[in-house]
Design a protein around this ligand. Sequence first.
Ligand code: AKG
Length: 290
Amino acid sequence: MDNASHLIEDFHRDGYVMMKDAITPEQVARLTAILDDWTAESRRHDGPYGRMLDGRPRFDVQPDVHSAETPALRRVASPVDMDDAYWAVARDNAALDLTAAIFSPNIKFYASKVNLKLPGSHTEVRYHQDFPFDPHTNMDMMTVLIFLDDVTMENGPLQLVPESHKGPLHSLWQDGRFTGAVSKEIEDMASQRAVACTGKAGDACLMHSAVLHGSSANLGADPRRLFIITYVAEDAQPFVPNPIPTIHDGTVVRGEATGSVRAVPFEMELPEYPKTASFFGQQEGQAPQG
Ligand SMILES: O=C(O)CCC(=O)C(=O)O
């Protein structure tokens, strides 16, 4: 069995797979240099700022922490709309090839973001599955998390629950409010079973959209920054507007456009379109930001 077959088999069993060198050191250097500039710019702002396609702020910062002295930029929405280096990586990388081998030769780009955990930022992600944020007619949706820094046990690695893609879709609504996070009971179960995804800058974690995952704060001295891309099978059609709108939504990045739809049965509550800069605000129960 060749290496790709191993990775495909591991993915179907575990719901995720780690890939070494998904992008080149030169690409890592270029993407992080751009991110360094964006982080420097964030020092001049005291709250979420910028504008994405739907008018919400593009850059999100950690409340009560972010300042000129301690920048705590935590999210850049749709970097592919701002810089061609990000789009070049999103439209062509080794993890995309593996996604096509796993799901379908025909793959569309759906969304992208950078999640940052800068030292001292206290940014954390509560447990959730991605699919209930972005329901489509079928579940061939891949979240590719590209490491822009070495990810260690100290700097807040992604924690995910192996094989959880075979289980139920969990509600992201708690007590009548869309929290973007699973219930306390599911969270406790998840945190006991989760494994950490660590690796070198340039590596990637490919995660099925139904895998339960979250991550805790960066307790180290080095940043942990991820370029996160969502790809879907070309015949998966969305049920809701894209919460991270992009000029590249639906671009076929592998194979061809067939214009078809494939549907599988499932039941879930529809998500709430975010009113804040990012899902961090939904997870924190923040009031809408302008
Ligand atoms: O940044 C992380 O650790 C997890 C990212 C994530 O789950 C998300 O943005 O949906």
